[in-house]
Design a protein around this ligand. Structure first.
Ligand code: FAD
Length: 477
């Protein structure tokens, strides 16, 4: 009997758990370890943050799903991994000490560690800025946002800044959704004229989103995501500043440096700035307590897999095969990583360096869809290994299709969404010898009400899928 353990029940880990439970759960042992006892549909947090969705609509309990899917659930945080003796130590959430969980195969899908400490003064703990990365953070952000609404309703004008709070931050798409949802919400409340909205980000250009932007052909002419997002920001009256590293946050003040070395301060009343994402802080110890973390994680805590690491940006740009195919650790072949937890070989967007030496480089996004696909690939390969002894599935981000539907207002009457479809996620100029390195037939960009309907539909169908209801596996990641 094989023991398969998944750490983390987010987009990547929970997807993997469903496939593993379904295929192996009855005859083998599949266990999920998660810090929370619920699954959180993170994309809906942008609506919670403007009080357009109740927090309870964004999550459901994991245990009943896992009972149905023949998966064991351990509610707690994995603290130590011993890859030589093949076990994980879990600090149990109920306070009853620790539990040792043994494995034959391990999937690490722990998502991001939110590195607020990487930017002095950043984050909800300091009270200076807010975040929409977790449910608790989003509720805090919503409460602060509603205080701003009250002030505006009394006639005050406030300045709201949204974007990235670290030179190497990622997930710009989520911040974009939040600022455009704020715009729509304020319009609905009739107080849009009382708010100045500003976008601040580490992207080399507007609409880059950490994926080197997108270009499509419209009426035979190139149309870029920079033009696309700029037209949205112009229409929504959102000021913007890119190529910018947030260096420090104080109450009401963001201190920054841009890629040209200019330094400045932006004042605000309410700021939501995404932190840098790091990998896991699970301690990795081997035989006799030796520290073997270098074999498993990089310095940022991301899990080393079958990527080619150490290439400079220009070389990486021409090496699509540097992106991992099976997400398997090279030293410990029974360890896999999925979602944000795996170490990418480098950035997709061009890194910038200011004259003062500050590196401004958006990290590659591993969105929910990408994380889910990787979770499935990893699960199917583990199922292969258990049943047949060899892996048959692979999908690099340089071969992967992704669709991103960025909400710009949730209403099904006057809401909107920016729909961006890209293939592949990481440009491959060898396969697609155009300037973009992408398939121009598939890659697509559109804004409109239909996107708002799709976004709602996605939440409903994905919640259905993630609950493991009949037919869940035919709903694509
Ligand atoms: C506001 C917002 C909106 C977004 N909108 C979209 C969108 O519209 N579309 C899209 O595709 N993507 C979106 N994303 C990105 C998407 O949410 C992430 O890409 C996705 O959640 C990553 O999946 P993951 O499984 O790697 O990590 P997560 O979903 O973060 O899951 C990791 C899990 O591991 C658990 N964990 C961590 N450490 C441990 C430990 N030591 N022991 C046990 N458990 C642990 C965590 O508690 C968590 O449950 C959005 C992100 C944000 C913040």
């Amino acid at each position: 009997m094989a023991k398969v353990v998944v750490i983390g029940a987010g987009f990547a880990g929970h997807t993997a758990a469903l496939y593993l439970g379904d295929a192996l759960g009855k005859d083998h042992e599949v266990t999920v370890i998660n810090k929370y006892d619920y699954f959180l549909f993170i994309p809906s947090l942008v609506w919670v943050g403007v009080d357009r969705m109740k927090p309870e609509k964004t999550n459901f309990k994991l245990q009943p799903v896992y009972d149905r899917m023949h998966v064991k659930f351990v509610h707690g945080a994995a603290t130590v991994l011993n890859p030589d003796e093949q076990y994980v130590t879990v600090k149990l959430a109920d306070g009853h000490g620790e539990q040792r969980v043994d494995y034959d195969y391990l999937v690490i899908a722990t998502g991001p560690k939110l590195n607020f400490a990487g930017t002095p003064g950043l984050g909800p703990d300091t009270g200076n800025s807010f975040s929409i990365c977790t449910l608790e953070h989003t509720i805090q952000a919503r409460d602060e946002y509603l205080k701003m609404v009250e002030r505006m309703q009394k006639g005050e004008t406030v300045k709201i800044v949204v974007g990235t709070g670290h030179p190497a931050a990622t997930c710009q798409g989520a911040a974009f959704e939040y600022i455009t949802n704020i715009h729509k919400d304020l319009l609905r409340r009739g107080i849009r004229d009382k708010a100045q909205l500003m976008w601040i980000s580490n992207e080399p250009r507007l609409g880059d989103f950490g994926i080197r932007g997108v270009t499509v052909r419209k009426n035979g002419k190139p149309f870029t995501s920079e033009q696309f997002i700029q037209s949205i920001f112009d229409e929504f009256d959102i000021q913007w500043q890119v190529r910018t590293a947030v260096k420090r946050v104080e109450k009401g003040k963001i201190h920054w440096e841009d890629a040209d070395g200019n330094e400045g301060t932006t004042e605000f009343d309410f700021a939501v700035l995404l932190p840098q994402f790091l990998g896991t802080d699970i301690q990795v110890v081997g035989k006799n307590g030796a520290d073997v973390s270098e074999k498993v994680k990089n310095k940022g805590g991301f899990i080393l897999v079958d990527a080619i690491y150490g290439l400079d940006y220009e070389t990486l740009k021409d090496t699509p095969e540097a992106w991992p195919a099976v997400y398997q650790n090279r030293t410990y072949k029974n360890i896999f990583a999925a979602g944000i937890a795996f170490a990418p070989p480098g950035p997709i967007s061009e890194p910038m360096k200011s004259p003062n030496g500050t590196v401004i480089s958006p990290a590659p996004p591993r969105t929910g869809m990408i994380s889910g696909i990787i979770g499935r690939i990893v699960a199917l390969n583990i199922i292969d290994l258990v049943k047949r002894g060899r892996m048959t599935h692979h999908e690099r981000m340089s071969e992967m299709f992704a669709a991103c539907i960025a909400s710009m207002g949730d209403s099904l009457w006057d809401g909107s969404a920016a729909t961006i479809i890209i293939y592949p996620v990481v440009p491959d100029q060898r396969q697609y010898p155009n300037e973009e390195g992408r398939d121009m037939f598939v890659t697509h960009m559109e804004a409109g009400l239909a996107g708002a309907w799709m976004k709602r539909l996605i939440q409903t169908t994905f919640m259905y899928k993630f609950k493991g209801y009949p037919g869940w596996s035919i709903i694509p990641e």
